[in-house]
Design a protein around this ligand. Sequence first.
Ligand code: PT1
Length: 259
Amino acid sequence: MGILNVTPDSFSDGGRHSDLARAVRAGLAMAQAGADIIDVGGESTRPGAYPISPSLEQARVIPVIRELASAGLRVSVDTRNAATMRAALDAGATVVNDISALAHDPEAPPLVASRGCPVVLMHMRGTPQTMSSAARYADVIAEVRRELAERVEAALLAGTAPEQICLDPGIGFAKAGKQNEALLRGLGTLAELGFPLLVGVSRKRFIGRLTAIELPSGRLAGSLAAGLFALSHGASILRVHDVPETVQAIRVWHALASA
Ligand code: PT1
């Protein structure tokens, strides 16, 4: 899954994709380089980020989604808002990626169920604004597993088919450095829930903490190491900025690991 941030304040690409033509070109390039899904988001959700209105979010993402979908790409929409999910699905997106696991907007669970689309349920506590103070766990793996299972129940209750559900531990969302590392080590325990796992480690702060690399754009090598670690511990999908490099790393790892 290639990350396409259509935000002026994106945490690592500084809004370079902020206009339509550039965003579309970036999405096409990631698909060309081997991304199976292009994840289009208009609201930054990194720690401390401010929320934006669903209408501004839609103004950013819908034109990009329409173009990429009409070019034949598989597009996911990274949003917590049901109105944005609906508009994105109408514009050709086929996957919903919700960092709140359908908890933010009460209209989201019935919408996703009625569309019958795949949905990524990511673990977080609080909101991007407040989540840092919610990073308190006695047993991070057990608690994330239990809280994800609750979100699975909510999705199933609303009518989503189990085959459409993908889970995500939410690396960097209401987790401190070591808790992120523990979760990656414990992915196998989350996989026991019986759903495919998506993991986003790309350029995140815990890699900076492990390596003393301040700038997110300098964290490619660490991101590749963490991504391959996640795959070897049960992840099926990696959400990444650096598609060509990740595809190369996965090809080599896969050839060695599957022999
Ligand atoms: C993610 C994810 C996402 N991450 C899914 N969607 C972001 N499914 C946005 C940091 O610690 O992992 N999975 N959508 C980006 N959010 C963050 C969070 C970016 C933490 C950076 C950090 O640096």
